[in-house]
Design a protein around this ligand. Structure first.
Ligand SMILES: [Zn+2]
Length: 258
């Protein structure tokens, strides 16, 4: 949890050491710039990859799982595509986790109800999913998480515990906000890139290559090709005797507050 602080302190120490040394030997300004750029690179990578646990501790998979069990997660719903995903999951009697956006819940409360009625898990995926979310200060992040929590509570009566930051990007504001809300951050270790790529074959091949016991798959509710990928994935998992379990079961944590 302190990774960011430790890394930053380390880089500050290096800069101070260089400054001190420069009293005795000539040190070019290039060295200072290099250290600062290196710090930027570490912060950038740590913030971009949720599994780095750089700003927050995230549950991205269960590394101790030996059996062929994996969990499926779907971001950015609820919307019309969610209905097709639910139909597909029902065929296989499989339970997944849906990380929902507040504004979409306001548009489709009945779809959120269906997700819950079919025993899938709901997680918080912010209210607006804004492109500027990562520039929000702590209070704005708290507002975003709070509004979506409230919407889900009003519809389902459940107080969600799972949160997934947009794009898996984290920063000190998100970390401070989560210290207040106490949500558990759920990441992934099998990223399909279905939000960026369009080629179903390529997306499916990408997932297939990464499937391991204890894995958490990230898919989206945003386009039809994700549904087609899901169809192939469900067949593949069945053929290979993989069991799809809920994130609660796989990660051994509770999705709702009692
Ligand atoms: Zn998202």
């Amino acid at each position: 949890m302190l990774k960011h602080k430790i890394i930053t302190l380390f880089f500050i120490s290096v800069i101070m050491l260089l400054a001190l040394l420069s009293f005795f030997v000539a040190i070019g300004v290039g060295y200072f710039i290099m250290v600062i750029l290196l710090w930027f690179a570490v912060v950038f990578l740590g913030s971009s990859f949720i599994s780095s646990n750089y700003h927050v501790d995230a549950y991205c998979n269960n590394p101790l799982e030996k059996e062929k069990k994996i969990a499926l997660t779907f971001d950015d719903g609820p919307n019309e595509i969610t209905l097709l995903i639910l139909d597909e999951l029902k065929k296989y009697n499989v339970k997944a986790t849906f990380f929902c956006i507040g504004i979409n819940i306001e548009k489709h409360p009945e779809i959120l109800k269906r997700i819950i009625n079919e025993d899938h898990i709901i997680g918080n995926h912010t209210y607006s999913h804004s492109h500027f979310f990562d520039f929000y200060r702590k209070n704005r992040v708290l507002e975003e998480i709070g509004k979506t929590d409230l919407l889900i509570k009003e519809i389902s009566g459940k107080k969600v515990q799972f949160f997934r930051p947009p794009y898996g990007v984290t920063n000190p504001s998100i970390r401070s906000a989560l210290e207040v809300t106490k949500h558990k951050v759920i990441g992934w270790n099998i990223r399909s890139l279905d939000g960026i790529l369009k080629n179903e074959k390529f997306i499916f091949a990408r997932i297939k290559k990464r499937i391991i016991p204890g894995g958490v798959v990230l898919l989206h509710n945003t386009s039809l090709h994700s549904v087609k990928v899901l169809e192939q994935l469900m067949m593949y998992l069945e053929e290979n005797e993989y069991k799809v379990v809920s994130t609660e079961e796989l990660l051994n944590i509770k999705a709702y507050e009692k």
